[in-house]
Design a protein around this ligand. Structure first.
Ligand SMILES: Cc1cc2nc3c(=O)[nH]c(=O)nc-3n(C[C@H](O)[C@H](O)[C@H](O)COP(=O)(O)OP(=O)(O)OC[C@H]3O[C@@H](n4cnc5c(N)ncnc54)[C@H](O)[C@@H]3O)c2cc1C
Length: 469
């Protein structure tokens, strides 16, 4: 009879939990799964909180319904697997705006994260330079090339399209700059099309045609009750032993697998396991790999992260436009980079007491010093800036919450996916029972992180089968 196996999942974010569920579903019966989470709560950047007596997301808010490569997203598939499909809800108000020139203009339709597929449609916000998007006789991007989104779009459509459209939309997701972020990692569908098409307009249209949307098809979904419901259900379904307040500080290869050093230095615990899914952000992963795979550790540890704070205010009956929220280009000189009218956007969150929840995201890559301000200062600034954008003072908040996410959003520079592939290949060859998963590698979205965890779990199962142990 095969020995009972033990797999450690280090990191209890959504990638680690998705890995744990996949291990439970596909690993041989009796496999012991242990999730180690350094903090007191699971879910990582998924955290549903409460404000003024109602639920609100203090971290990630929603998932993409579709996978960028087509088909249902891995987040939706996991939700189904966990029996939560009946709780998926979609935004009731989908139209967002851009705060430009001191006012709000609707985000133009027909773009891919702000990159236009119809230049006329974006004229309300930016003046593109169609003459620059000439057919140069070959594809925009070579087969192995990557480029920053900003560099490509600036060269083809001009600065305004980047500064007033693409940058705020990408910044809303990554808190980073279009000029730094990798096209291949952040906009994979456009990158694929750019390897074939000769113009950017052609590439955007090809990418859109490759994944046509049915009229009214929802782009985003979340769960009634909050995304922490996904976390809780994953924990239950995984049947894993959950260790909270359990920082894994060392990983040491042994003849049979791995020895984990867990907990405080003065009172460490040593645990032997057959395999490890390392589902922590890149920097802690790099620290754990320094001794055993120094080159991989250096490569992974080079990934930079942006810090953000989410400020949520509960406002008594404010007059808000029928918008899901707005994005702010960095050229507007405001601290806030995006605001979500939570109770307008999500009908299931509307409240009988008339309170509106308005959330703003603060913090751009490279401007971390702005986040040093005290909570009250951030909340007051958010209140003042949203009032200015809406051109009328908001009522005083009856409650508020500031959630800081230090070093939370990976800044994938061009070549990121190639670097990750090289690191993974080297690790696989040297340590087949160790796998990397999570936002530090494959992409930032919840669905991508779920898939990353599931893939790591499957590779571990295959490696353990191959080892004959
Ligand atoms: C403010 C914000 C809003 C977002 N909004 C959205 C959104 O609406 N939609 C979307 O798709 N994506 C969103 N994202 C991105 C998405 O939430 C994250 O990319 C994703 O949740 C990351 O999951 P993960 O499991 O890879 O990492 P994490 O969530 O970071 O989880 C990693 C876990 O590992 C633990 N850990 C670290 N080191 C150790 C150690 N040594 N030992 C044990 N445990 C350790 C950490 O405490 C953490 O819990 C948002 C991100 C942020 C920051």
């Amino acid at each position: 009879m095969a020995a009972r196996r033990r797999v450690a999942v280090v990191g209890g974010g959504i990638a680690g939990l998705a890995a744990a569920v996949r291990l439970r579903d596909r690993a041989p019966e009796g496999t012991e799964i242990i999730v180690y989470e350094q903090s007191g709560s699971l879910g990582g950047k998924l955290r549903t909180g409460e404000l003024a007596g109602g639920p609100v997301e203090f971290g990630a808010e929603s998932f993409l319904m579709r996978d960028p490569a087509g088909g249902e997203s891995a987040a939706v598939a996991l939700v189904r697997r966990l029996g939560l499909a009946g709780r998926i809800v979609h935004p009731t108000v989908g139209q967002a705006a851009l705060a430009v020139d001191g006012g709000l203009r609707p985000v133009p339709g027909g773009t891919l994260v702000g990159v236009p597929g119809d230049l006329e449609k974006v004229a309300t916000v930016a003046r593109p330079t169609p003459e620059a998007d000439r057919d140069g006789g070959g594809p925009l991007l070579g087969p192995d090339d990557d480029v920053s989104v900003g560099a490509l779009v600036r060269a083809r459509f001009g600065d305004e399209v980047v500064d007033r459209l693409v940058d705020p939309m990408l910044g809303g997701v990554y808190a980073g700059r279009a000029d730094d972020l990798s096209l291949v990692t952040t906009m994979p569908a456009l990158a694929r099309a750019a390897r074939v098409e000769h113009t950017l307009l052609g590439a955007v249209r090809a990418a859109q045609a490759a994944a046509p949307r049915a009229p009214g098809e929802p782009v985003f979904g979340t769960l009634d009750g909050g995304l922490s419901a996904l976390v809780d259900a994953a924990v239950t379904a995984s049947g894993a032993t959950i260790r909270r307040h359990a920082t894994v500080r060392e990983l040491t290869p042994t003849a049979a697998g791995w020895r984990l050093t867990v907990g405080p230095t003065r009172d460490p615990e040593h645990v032997d396991v057959d395999a490890v899914v390392l589902a922590v952000p890149a920097r802690p992963a790099a620290r754990l790999l320094t001794e055993i795979a120094p080159v991989a550790a250096k490569e992974i540890g080079g990934l930079d992260y942006a810090s953000v704070a989410l400020v949520t205010l509960a406002l008594p009956e404010p007059t808000l436009p029928q918008l899901s929220g707005f994005l702010v280009p960095s050229t507007e000189g405001l601290l806030i980079k995006a605001s979500t009218f939570f109770t307008t956007k999500w009908g299931h969150l509307r409240r009988r007491d008339g309170l509106a929840l308005v959330r703003a995201s603060v913090g751009r890559y490279g401007e971390e010093e702005q986040l040093q301000r005290p909570d009250e200062d951030l909340a007051a600034t958010v209140h003042r800036e949203i009032s200015a954008v809406l051109d009328g003072p908001l009522p005083a908040a009856v409650d508020g919450h500031v959630q800081r996410w230090g070093g939370a959003l990976p800044q994938y520079t061009p070549g990121h996916l190639d670097r990750v592939a090289a690191v993974r290949a080297a690790l696989r060859a040297a340590h087949p029972t160790l796998r990397l998963a999570g936002a530090g590698y494959d992409g930032v979205g919840i669905g991508v992180c779920v898939r990353s965890g599931e893939t790591a779990a499957e590779e571990i199962i295959t490696a353990l089968e191959g080892s004959g142990r």
